[in-house]
Design a binder for this molecule. Structure first.
Ligand SMILES: Nc1nc2c(c(=O)[nH]1)N[C@H]1C(S)=C(S)[C@@H](COP(=O)(O)OP(=O)(O)OC[C@H]3O[C@@H](n4cnc5c(=O)[nH]c(N)nc54)[C@H](O)[C@@H]3O)O[C@H]1N2
Ligand SMILES: Nc1nc2c(c(=O)[nH]1)N[C@H]1C(S)=C(S)[C@@H](COP(=O)(O)OP(=O)(O)OC[C@H]3O[C@@H](n4cnc5c(=O)[nH]c(N)nc54)[C@H](O)[C@@H]3O)O[C@H]1N2
Ligand code: SF4
Ligand SMILES: [Mo]
Length: 613
């Protein structure tokens, strides 16, 4: 038998997958007919099948030991939902619905898995997580310059003479987009402080110092001004950014900056794929804003890739209630206390791996009177802190459709297996909970097939074609570009370069990791990558044990002496589980936020000290 699957991971490529069952075992390959997937899947996909069969929790559990101890007893779904519904009613009565917080992210990006649970939370008026750790700060920055954060279709890569990857490592995080760029005839630039795999096979690597993007752009504007360009209201800040004076501070040779400027003005059309990783720093949104500003100055308004919005009625799937109280994700520990949160309903998210300032967050969960429910496929670190743990299905056990935050195809995900053990999908969990809460509105109980058909019908999509091919092209909402250059003035006025205080800690994605997923089955790279010259100064060799610490915490790990890392920087990849290694990078990362930009994460503005042990 052959089935269509759709990868629902938090990855721009949103692949269409052909799943087959051979000798009773699932096999997956890329769907050759899909224009983006092009018949191949990424390295991480090799874990998906194993992760379906292995390492799962299959029954509901109730905590019997202290939080984090892993002591649980098996319970029935009926008992679990009973406790849950009684708790919800009691907390709503005593403290109000706003003290109950669903803590959810993009662990599963299926449209039903992601949006459907909100159908229950909206009418009940629960608090809502402001999902500020990923890309939102940059979205707002783009909107302030262009009136929209929705850029061009990746198809445009084929026609672009210049393709700039700014603060993104597509060879690892957007492999299908990277392939499009590599087979195009466009000249490829990578703007990144690390010598990433993308940088290695680009035409030009602009290896700037971390956090120097705004100064690099001001220097580019300075050169453009000298070439007779009207550089707009930011001009006064660019005048002192003479390339000769700036090259050392930015860390890029003047000749490379000049070549970059020449290419930016001659190789048109161009496209700039703006990364998410690099905008997670205190001035990240401002950097995104300045990229947009630069595009406008050179007459390439809107020629970027960042967000996508499709003509799909997401509100139909989620319901709506714009009065819900917003709780910020990037500094969740502090927010829980400030807002008197009494209950967390966690699904699609692993906050005790993924969020900054873990020491605080864990302390809050231990000290405060908070009831924690976790719905996950595996016993994650967050699961270990739950009062009730509920088993979730893998994407092979649920019917869903998945769109992309990069391309314009909607993929079909067929249910191949019945859930293993007593696992339930997100859809089924919240249907059952609605039933236990004695709610009657039929909208809360709609089945997946009906929802999928309604989505297709509302978007005027050909149902027969969709189910036959396993994917269909959908319309992108192309908001009109409406340039407002003046909006950078408030940013440049306040823009301050922070003191370089110790080592700058970066925690980017790893080629094999999918955020925090599957570390229970495969080991992650937990080394501290460090430049040879820093290692020499500190007397550190490969594999030496070091202590890395700052005001947030202290960890011990081994070093990888690595030329691709800049001096005065440490790289530790994101996503590893503290329950396996005793720590992860988020024991050190700051939960300071970009106040003016949706309180977005500033995780990459973390400074640490290093000591050889
Ligand atoms: N393999 C894999 N793919 C993934 C993920 C995964 O975990 N693994 N996670 C997914 C998710 S959730 C996201 S948000 C995306 C993130 O994917 P990306 O946007 O690629 O983000 P990062 O890997 O965090 O950072 C990208 C690059 O930014 C560079 N950078 C850091 N600071 C600066 C700076 O100041 N200026 C500039 N110009 N560059 C800087 C880093 O060196 C790094 O190489 O990837 C998605 N895809
Ligand atoms: N230091 C540092 N930290 C970071 C980042 C960084 O760059 N540096 N990046 C941040 C970014 S961009 C992101 S997006 C976050 C991602 O952080 P998380 O949102 O925690 O990401 P994931 O690990 O993809 O998924 C979370 C959980 O969802 C579960 N899951 C998968 N499918 C389902 C399902 O169908 N139902 C249920 N109930 N659960 C399911 C998975 O098993 C996993 O435990 O990490 C952030 N953390
Ligand atoms: S993680 Fe990304 S590239 Fe890999 S299979 Fe899923 S969508 Fe495709
Ligand atoms: Mo993300």
């Amino acid at each position: 038998m052959q089935y269509y699957s759709a990868c629902p991971k938090d990855c721009s490529d949103s692949c269409s997958i052909i799943s087959t069952i051979e000798n009773n075992k699932l096999k997956i390959t890329g769907n050759k007919n899909h224009p983006i997937t092009s018949g191949f899947l990424c390295l991480k996909s090799k874990y998906f099948v194993d992760a379906h069969y292995n390492g799962r929790v299959l029954y509901p559990l109730e905590r019997t030991g202290k939080r984090g101890s892993g002591e649980f007893r098996r319970i029935t779904w009926d008992y679990a939902l009973d406790i849950l519904s009684k708790k919800i009613k009691k907390i709503m009565e005593e403290y109000g619905p706003e003290s109950i917080l669903p803590v959810e992210d993009t662990g599963n990006r299926g449209i039903i898995s992601y949006y459907f649970p909100q159908r229950l939370f909206n009418p009940l008026g629960f608090a809502k997580l402001n999902r500020s750790i990923c890309s939102k700060a940059g979205s707002l920055a783009l909107k302030e310059i262009f009136g929209t954060s929705i850029g061009v279709d990746p198809d445009e890569i084929k026609n672009s003479k210049l393709i700039v990857y700014w603060g993104i490592n597509p060879a690892w995080t957007n492999v299908h987009g990277w392939r499009l760029a590599k087979i195009s005839s466009g000249k490829i630039y990578v703007v990144d402080p690390l010598i990433t795999d993308s940088a290695k096979s680009s035409d030009v690597h602009v290896r700037l110092n971390v956090g120097m993007d705004v100064d690099l752009i001001l220097t580019i504007l300075n050169i453009l001004y000298k070439k007779g360009y009207d550089i707009g209201p930011a001009g006064k800040y660019a005048l002192d950014h003479d390339p000769e004076r700036m090259e050392k501070m930015i860390g890029v040779d003047k000749k490379i900056i000049e070549e970059f400027v020449d290419d930016l003005i001659t190789l048109k059309p161009l496209v700039v794929h703006i990364g998410y990783g690099f905008q997670r720093n205190l001035y990240g949104a401002i950097a995104v804003k300045m990229i947009a500003y630069l595009l406008a100055i050179i007459g390439q308004e809107g020629r970027f890739i960042y967000d996508v919005k499709h003509r799909i009625d997401y509100t139909y799937v989620s319901g709506e209630n714009d009065k819900r109280k917003m709780i910020n994700q990037a500094d969740l520990g502090r927010e829980i206390i400030k807002n008197n949160i009494k209950m967390l309903i966690v699904y699609n998210h692993n906050p005790l791996v993924s969020l900054s300032n873990q020491n605080l967050l864990r302390k809050v969960l231990v000290d405060e009177d908070i009831f924690v429910v976790v719905h996950d496929i595996y016993m994650t670190d967050t699961g270990l802190y739950s009062d009730i743990f509920l088993p979730a299905t893998t994407f092979f056990e649920q019917e869903d459709i998945v769109d992309s935050f990069y391309h314009d195809y909607l993929n079909y995900n067929q249910k191949i297996f019945n859930p293993m053990g007593e696992a339930k999908s997100n859809h089924d969990l919240f249907v059952e909970l609605a039933r236990k809460l004695d709610l009657k509105d039929p909208y809360l109980f709609e089945d997946e097939k009906t929802i999928i058909k309604n989505i297709l019908r509302r978007a005027n999509l050909d149902e027969e074609k969709f189910f036959r091919d396993g994917f269909i092209k959908i319309d992108r909402i192309n908001n009109k570009i409406n340039v407002n250059l003046n909006s950078v003035l408030k940013d440049l006025e306040n823009y301050r370069k922070y003191e370089n205080n110790g080592f700058r800690l970066l925690s980017p994605t790893h080629v094999q990791g999918m955020s925090s997923q599957h570390n229970n089955l495969y080991s992650f790279d937990t080394l501290a990558h460090m430049n040879p010259s820093d290692a020499f100064t500190l007397g550190i060799k490969d594999n030496d044990l070091v202590r890395i610490y700052n005001e947030y915490g202290s960890i011990k790990t081994r070093v990888k002496v690595d030329e691709s890392v800049q001096e005065k920087c440490i790289v530790i990849y994101k996503g590893s589980w503290p329950s396996i290694y005793g720590w992860n990078v988020n024991y050190l990362t700051t939960d300071e936020v970009q106040e003016q930009y949706v309180r977005g994460s500033a995780v990459n503005t973390t400074f640490v000290n290093v000591e050889k042990l």
